[in-house]
Design a protein around this ligand. Structure first.
Ligand code: ATR
Length: 277
């Protein structure tokens, strides 16, 4: 790539018209002095391969992939990095030589944001509430940090059991519900989609101690229900905006070879979201 290279990037998904990714990547590019064109492209399930061909013919060299295409992205790749194969999903595709290489930066994004918030992982007891695609995506990075304990709780217990079975040979995940007798957790990660409906999943007060941190994969209005729940109990909650920016920073580094600073973009996004009526 020369100094004048224009990186043709995009995010594919449905819906993506409200995606913050173009704004985030353009901010990174400006800060790094790089020329980037980053588009949001609507793509229904089943059409990613065809759309990637068109994108590549127009000069596309890298893209992010979001719902509902994160599994499909693996099938479009000629090589799958361990972070994506362990998650069973990819959120980043980079064109290298003859084909797309798949990565998953969600887990790294979460871990980076937890570190930014001074939340240790290795000696912590962690509970994840949820067992969908988002959880599958973050589990490899969390497990890599060898927490003192890592449990799952999900409305549909079978899905949590399946994740536990998938990881059986590498990590001893626990599966609990609100009635299980357990010691309190240091970190609880909210990974259900309920915040988008103004709700919180079933959470037990017994899971909390004074220093418990609630981390929500949601941000903006979708984080408010959990924030309210945490405030009522006097515990800290963190929204997932930092994870969004950190996973984008990891993807940007894959696209361009340059790792941008995430904090200025996070500050800007936070101010932008706060100023919305
Ligand atoms: P994603 O890929 O974003 O994780 P998903 O695979 O649809 O999306 O998973 C959504 C998560 O939200 C799941 O853990 C789901 O629980 P179920 O597996 O029991 O469906 C959880 N969820 C959605 N609606 C819920 C509800 N009303 N109560 C509790 N959990 C809910």
């Amino acid at each position: 790539m020369t100094a004048h290279t224009c990186y043709q990037l995009a995010v594919f998904g449905q819906p993506v018209h409200n995606s913050l990714s173009p704004a985030i990547h353009h901010r990174f590019a400006r800060a790094m002095g790089l020329n980037v064109e980053y588009q949001a492209i609507e793509c229904p399930a089943g059409e990613l391969a065809g759309q990637l061909d068109t994108f590549r013919k127009r000069g596309g060299t890298g893209c992010n992939v979001t719902l509902p295409l994160k599994h499909e992205a693996l099938d479009c790749a000629v090589a799958v990095a361990a972070c994506a194969s362990a998650a069973g999903a990819a959120n980043t595709l980079v064109w290298e030589n003859t084909g797309w290489h798949a990565f998953n930066t969600d887990g790294a994004g979460l871990v980076a944001d937890l570190k930014r918030n001074h939340c240790a992982l290795s000696d912590h007891r962690i509970l994840i509430v949820g067992a969908g695609g988002a959880v599958a995506g973050i589990l490899p990075a969390l497990i890599e940090h060898q927490p003192a304990g890592l449990d799952l709780s999900n409305r549909n217990r079978d899905k949590a059991d399946r994740l536990r079975d998938h990881w059986r040979n590498r990590f001893d995940l626990g599966v609990i519900d609100a009635t299980t007798s357990v010691a309190a957790y240091d970190l609880i990660i909210q990974a259900t989609s309920l915040g988008h409906r103004g709700l919180v999943p079933k959470l037990s007060d017994h899971w909390l101690h004074e220093e418990t941190i609630l981390y929500d994969l949601n941000y903006g209005p979708a984080h408010q229900p959990l924030q309210h729940w945490a405030e009522q109990r006097g515990v800290a909650s963190i929204d997932g905006l930092g994870m969004l920016v950190e996973q984008a920073a990891s993807a940007f580094a894959r696209f361009t070879g340059c790792r941008p600073e995430s904090q200025p973009v996070l500050d800007w996004l936070q101010a932008r979201l706060n100023s919305r009526p």
